[in-house]
Design a protein around this ligand. Structure first.
Ligand SMILES: [Zn+2]
Ligand SMILES: [Zn+2]
Length: 273
């Protein structure tokens, strides 16, 4: 019995609909999943309904982009109250920031002589939380780049000519926002950000858990964060960070979190459902 607690759909930069994602979860015989789209909980209701039909346990989630001491940190919120007014208000602000950033990236591309239309990106993204992958996909679709890798390497990666820095809230504010919406706050894929020095500050702010298991964590990296989880008495989570077909093949099912970790997470919930 395994879970995958880090998944994206087309409500942010994944390619699956919530129903397609749940069908994949059923195919991989997952007992529980969490949907963690960037800066939104919109896909969760549909995913929850689909999970109910498949007998899969569903956890509402979202992945917030934040920063701490100059490091980009992603914070996962689990068991969020989807009706929480402040969460919804903040999320819609983050979505506006994302949409402005897309406009700025396209305008830089245009200045570089790349004739991409911003409406084409919004049309392809077809969601409120568009991001760089949507710009990359539109560049490929329009025949302006041969591959997503080329789009990122030439234009969109950090410090490339069409890259636009993203305004982010502090990780401490993200933790507080998640908590006031009844959620548990978990540091996502710490092995990708390589900023262990911020962990004590996040713990001080009430961080509940750390994502020890992730597609891009080697066994050594996972072990390292399991020790950190133990030292700071943090919950342990894990997930594939599957974005559907966007990065070659779907990753769902490649990270298998044992269900006893999910039980511990549920036991730590702020409000009983
Ligand atoms: Zn992330
Ligand atoms: Zn993610």
């Amino acid at each position: 019995m395994f879970a995958d607690l880090h998944l994206h759909t087309n409500f942010s930069d994944g390619t699956y609909t919530p129903e397609e994602l749940v069908a994949q979860a059923a195919k991989h015989k997952l007992a529980a999943i969490a949907l963690t789209d960037h800066d939104t909980v919109e896909g969760c209701e549909r995913a929850e309904i689909a999970c109910r039909a498949e007998g899969i346990e569903f956890i509402t989630g979202s992945e917030l982009t934040a920063e701490q001491a100059g490091n980009e940190i992603h914070i996962l919120g689990y068991f969020l109250n989807r009706q929480n007014t402040r969460l919804l208000a903040e999320i819609s602000k983050f979505q506006a920031v994302r949409q402005d950033r897309i406009r700025e990236m396209v305008s830089r591309l245009n200045q570089l002589g790349v004739p991409l239309e911003v409406e084409a990106v919004f049309q392809l993204a077809n969601c409120r939380s568009p991001g760089r992958p949507h710009v990359a996909r539109t560049l490929v679709q329009a025949g302006l780049c041969d591959s997503l890798d080329e789009a990122f390497e030439r234009f969109l990666k950090k410090n490339r000519p069409a890259w636009v820095p993203k305004a982010k809230m502090s990780a401490l504010a993200a933790i507080e926002l998640i908590h006031q919406a009844d959620g548990l706050a978990v540091m996502a894929h710490p092995g990708l950000n390589r900023s262990d020095e911020v962990i004590p500050d996040l713990v001080e702010a009430g961080l509940d858990g750390i994502e020890c298991f992730h597609t891009k964590h080697s066994a050594t990296v996972s072990d390292h964060y399991l020790r950190i989880a133990q030292r700071f008495n943090l919950l342990v989570t894990g997930g594939s960070d599957c974005h559907g077909m966007s990065k070659g093949k779907p990753l769902i099912g490649t990270v298998k979190l044992p269900m006893d970790r999910v039980e511990k997470l549920k036991a730590a919930r702020r409000t009983a459902s």
